[in-house]
Design a binder for this molecule. Structure first.
Ligand code: HH2
Length: 295
């Protein structure tokens, strides 16, 4: 638990935290069905921790475009055998739900973060629960709802609108009693957004993170990558996921929500090593006439 709290208390201070995705669902867009039964789900959680995940985000409802809502009892039944085993592994555990009954079940089982893609709008009890339990909360932007969100989303100024929404939801969470140091914001890549909206939001990471709250970016395997690079099944979107996430990390993202933990941990270590070498390099320009281009 101490290691867990250390990670969360210093989010983004040193390097972005890697949040590994565990979808206990039959129908998630990229890995639906693979981790639906407890045994493979628990094994995958263990593997992601071994690969360097700081946080595991466990969800029992797919929110892909066009998905149907899963009632609280069904989400709890799906999580029942998995969550206690996963929280016992020692990593920080987040529950991906918009429903307070599911969040309560997960907090009772040892989760410490509630990842709410509705930012507290779906269930009025959720933010109060987070406050009472001293938990962390992820507040994500979504235009509309999963069933219809990709039907012609429109913004006049996507960055300003997402920024205003996130600030308003953070203020609402604080009013509900949530500790402002435990609020994480997320622009909601792919949630009611076209390609140009998603790219503008990733590019605006410094502005969205500029209010002092940690910013989570989750572009892992999402369809914007095939809009950029042509038809590819979700697992083949790793290079695009890495590029988008590394750029977000350079721009100040504090958490990355990913399917491919080992690959992200390696890429982040390499990025950090080069940044360290840049910081250590003498910054004075070389004197004119000195030989260049060797080595
Ligand atoms: N994306 C998904 C689900 N939950 N939560 C946050 N905070 N940010 C995200 O970008 C985000 C999220 C969708 O990805 P995935 O869980 O892999 O798919 P599915 O919803 O189909 O289970």
């Amino acid at each position: 638990m101490d290691a867990t709290l250390n990670i969360l208390d210093s989010l983004g201070a040193d390097r972005p935290a890697v949040m590994g995705i565990l979808n206990v669902t039959p129908d998630s867009f990229s890995d639906g069905g693979r981790f639906f039964s407890p045994k493979p789900a628990i094994a995958h959680a263990r593997e992601m921790i071994r690969q360097g995940a700081d946080i595991l985000d466990v969800g029992a409802e797919s929110t892909r475009p066009g998905s149907r809502r899963i009632p609280a009892e069904e989400q709890i039944a799906r999580l029942g055998a998995v969550l206690p085993a996963v929280t016992a592994m020692g990593a920080a555990v987040s529950v991906d739900t918009t429903l307070s009954a599911v969040a309560e079940f997960a907090l009772d089982a040892g989760a410490v973060i509630v990842n709410d893609i509705s930012a507290g709008r779906d269930d009025p009890k959720l933010l109060r629960l987070v406050a009472q339990r001293g938990a962390w909360v992820v507040l994500m932007h979504m235009l509309g709802e999963p069933a219809t969100m990709q039907h012609a989303p429109h913004y006049n100024d996507v960055v300003a609108e997402v920024q205003d929404f996130l600030q308003a939801r953070a203020a609402e969470a604080t009013r509900a009693g949530v500790d402002p140091r435990r609020i994480i914001l997320d622009p909601g890549i792919g949630f009611g957004k076209r390609l140009e909206h998603n790219l503008a939001l990733i590019a605006a990471t410094p502005r969205l993170a500029g209010h002092g709250l940690p910013l989570l970016v989750g572009a892992s395997r999402k369809s914007l990558i095939q809009r950029l690079a042509g038809e590819t099944p979700p697992p083949a979107r790793l290079p695009g996921s890495l590029a988008l996430h590394l750029r977000a990390a350079e721009l100040g993202a504090a958490l990355l929500r990913v399917h491919d933990v080992a690959e992200h941990a390696q890429a982040l270590a390499a990025l950090r090593a080069v940044a360290g070498a840049e910081a250590a390099a003498p910054d004075a320009p070389q004197p004119a006439g000195e030989e260049r281009g060797r080595g």
